[in-house]
Design a protein around this ligand. Structure first.
Ligand SMILES: [Mg+2]
Length: 280
């Protein structure tokens, strides 16, 4: 049988043990809170159950360095576009990529190469990029990061969890990457670089889509933004969300800590611990 998420366990346990004052074990001894798997004082416990019953939680995941490592497929596809479309060979040194949106990255590249970073050139660049990306993905020894598939599988079975993306990828690029690694089907919707070149603006798009899909307003306190860079932390803070940094990308735990996320994880390998710690 599939193991249930933390919330399902809490609620199942509460229903089994209520009413509290009369709870007894099989031998008729009074049940003590200390025996409980979730040793939470009664008033807080009840209010937690009440709030969980009424609120869905929106989890907004970054892609590169958080869910997958494409082993440089995306960067190589960018280089390929420069070669094929602009006749330029460039190693993209000096271009900030991690945590940036695709459109923001293209603006940087065009600026570096003294090409007008207008809408036409940006669109032409990104159009070619999503054409070349599917050829690069299988050439690279990329991988799904530790625990990610099991974590998403577990969370997608929880009715109070809404899984969505908040990524700097354009939507077609995100779909190509996540389909290649078998993760696309876990996500209901997303906010992408197509929406805005500034990552800090993307949270509002994700929130609007969540409301349209689920018919409820997701308050800041019910949103988690999960990513591997300081830019993910910043864009989560921009909407007042809880920020969860994971040190599986190009930033160390110490580097991420300097940006004061609410949580830092080494990775998602210990799926059960992650779910319980974060209250998912
Ligand atoms: Mg990332």
């Amino acid at each position: 049988m599939k193991r249930s998420c933390a919330r399902q366990k809490v609620i199942a346990w509460a229903g089994w043990r209520q009413p509290w004052a009369k709870a007894r074990d099989r031998r008729g001894r009074k049940f003590e809170l200390a025996h409980c798997r979730f040793p939470i004082a009664r008033p807080a416990f009840q209010s937690e159950i009440s709030s969980l019953n009424h609120k869905k939680r929106l989890l907004l995941f970054d892609i590169d360095g958080t869910l997958i490592n494409s082993a440089g497929a995306g960067v190589q596809a960018l280089r390929d576009v420069l070669r094929d479309q602009f006749g330029i060979t460039d190693d993209l040194d000096g271009i900030e990529i991690a945590g940036r949106t695709d459109s923001g990255i293209v603006h940087q590249i065009l600026g570096k190469l003294k090409i007008e970073p207008n809408e036409k050139n940006t669109a032409r660049f990104l159009e070619k990029y999503v054409e070349l990306l599917p050829m690069e993905l299988p050439r690279r020894a990329g991988r799904v990061l530790p625990g990610v598939k099991e974590l998403l599988s577990r969370l997608s079975a929880c009715p109070h969890i809404v899984l969505a993306l908040l990524t700097g990828n354009v939507e077609r690029g995100a779909k190509l990457k996540l389909e290649h690694y078998g993760l696309w089907h876990f996500f209901e919707f997303g906010a992408f670089a197509d929406d805005h070149h500034d990552r800090n603006e993307l949270g509002a798009f994700a929130r609007r889509r969540a409301r349209a899909k689920h018919g409820v307003e997701f308050e800041s306190a019910t949103i988690d933004v999960i990513g591997d860079t300081p830019h993910d932390i910043a864009c989560g803070k921009a909407i007042g969300a809880r920020t969860i940094a994971v040190a599986t990308g190009s930033f160390s735990r110490e580097q991420l800590q300097a940006h004061e996320p609410d949580w830092i994880l080494e990775d998602f390998a210990e799926v059960e611990t992650v779910i319980e710690k974060l209250g998912w």
